[in-house]
Design a protein around this ligand. Structure first.
Ligand SMILES: [Zn+2]
Ligand SMILES: [Zn+2]
Ligand SMILES: [Zn+2]
Ligand SMILES: [Zn+2]
Length: 405
């Protein structure tokens, strides 16, 4: 009996000290269930991995334990287009730049169109011909403003005086008549603007023995003289050396003369002020509305080869006249010939020029020198008159106006 009692006591002690403790649980993991760190007893199930799907740059991965499986997917690249860079269709990451459109100029039938994607911008160009030759009889051609529907003609009334008339383009009625007196200035260097808020002229001094001064006259389209100013440089005599750049926004005009590109006059037409140009930076005036009316020679070149040279921003090259045969055409910045015609004009603001291979028929080219359309009729010369206006001379010396839009 005593022995049995001892055995029972021994069993009780064993139960209490060995299998009878309170478990100290360690949390279940992805691969192991909850487990007692003292006795190794387990409870429940392993949690299993909490997978996050593979992405472009990381493999399938467990959110909890960080274990990975397989490989990253890699980007699913879609090639760059005109407007978007190379792009991953999955994650949207981009590499490099969009290719940009490869524009073809508008023609009379089609608007400006991208060769690659076919995107279009704007409208086809319109080439409109205005024939004022009847009204110019006995007069010289002035300027034409197709937006306002008026044009200017003038003739010398007396020495040192011009009669300047503005006519309604629809019926040729004279809307304004004005006598402009330029006195000792010879008036022979005249240039008239189109597509521009003002018509204007420059005249060189004829009687000044030192040829120090020139005259700038700006005329509004209603015939009013807006500016009549003397500038201290002889525009006529220095014809081959000076640059004149007429820059404008709606209200500011500067006349820039000389190699240093500093304006010699700066006009604010809104306030009617004529300002000392001082330190005005011509670059700041912008070039969107820059009207050049002389050869702007940016680089030295061989004057025995080219007898005329006019920089053309649109082709980053020059309009030239070849000295050997007096043919006109275009050269690149290094004076390598691009294409030589019989006659060629400067490029207009829309990026087109008129050329002729026989001085009889003229056609429009774009800035890639592609033929755009023929000009109906026979002509012997053509000139670009600023903006998008060309003046084209008929065999009888009368002019037509060609306006691009
Ligand atoms: Zn335990
Ligand atoms: Zn896991
Ligand atoms: Zn991706
Ligand atoms: Zn495109």
């Amino acid at each position: 009996m005593r022995i049995i009692q001892l055995l029972l006591t021994a069993i009780m002690v064993l139960i209490l000290s060995g299998c009878g403790h309170v478990h100290t649980w360690e949390d279940a993991t992805c691969t192991e269930p909850q487990k007692c760190i003292e006795c190794g007893a387990t409870e429940g199930e392993a949690l299993g991995h909490d997978w996050a799907e593979a992405t472009c740059d990381s493999p399938k991965i467990c959110n909890r334990c960080g274990i990975t499986e397989g490989e990253a997917l890699g980007h699913d690249w879609v090639d760059a287009t005109c407007e978007t860079p190379k792009t991953c269709s999955r994650c949207g990451i981009t590499e490099g730049e969009a290719l940009g459109h490869e524009w073809m100029s508008a023609t009379t039938e089609a608007p400006k169109t991208c060769k690659v994607c076919g995107k279009t911008e704007g409208d086809p160009i319109s080439v409109k011909i205005y024939d004022f030759s009847e009204y110019y009889k006995g007069y010289r051609r002035g300027a034409f403003n197709s937006d306002l529907g008026v044009f200017v003609r003038y003739k010398q009334e007396d020495y040192g005086q011009d009669i300047v008339e503005i006519l309604d383009a629809s019926d040729g009625e004279v809307v304004s008549s004005q006598i402009i007196t330029y006195g000792e200035y010879d008036g022979r260097y005249a240039f008239w603007g189109n597509n521009f808020p003002y018509s204007y002229r420059l005249t060189a001094c004829d009687k000044d023995p030192n040829h120090q001064n020139s005259r700038v006259i700006l005329l509004g389209w209603d015939g009013e003289i807006l500016i009549d100013d003397t500038v201290p440089i002889n525009l006529y005599l220095e014809n081959n050396k000076w640059n004149v750049v007429f820059t404008s926004d709606d209200n500011i005009i500067s006349i820039v003369v000389g190699d240093d590109s500093k304006p010699i006059r700066y006009y604010n037409l809104q306030t009617s002020e004529i300002l000392d140009p001082g330190e005005i930076d011509v670059e700041l005036l912008g070039d969107v509305n820059t009207h050049r009316f002389s050869e702007k020679i940016d680089e030295p070149y061989d004057e025995t080869v080219w007898s005329y040279c006019d920089y053309q921003p649109i082709i980053d090259g020059f309009l030239v006249k070849r000295a050997s045969d007096e043919k006109w055409g275009y050269v690149d910045k290094d004076f390598n010939e691009i294409v030589i015609y019989d006659d060629a004009t400067a490029f207009c603001e829309l990026g087109y020029a008129l050329v002729s291979e026989d001085r009889n028929h003229y056609y429009l080219i774009d800035s890639d020198f592609n033929k755009i359309c023929d000009l109906e009729g026979d002509y012997k010369s053509a000139g670009m008159c600023g903006g998008n206006l060309f003046s084209v001379c008929k065999p009888d010396d009368s002019y037509i106006e060609v306006v691009l839009k």
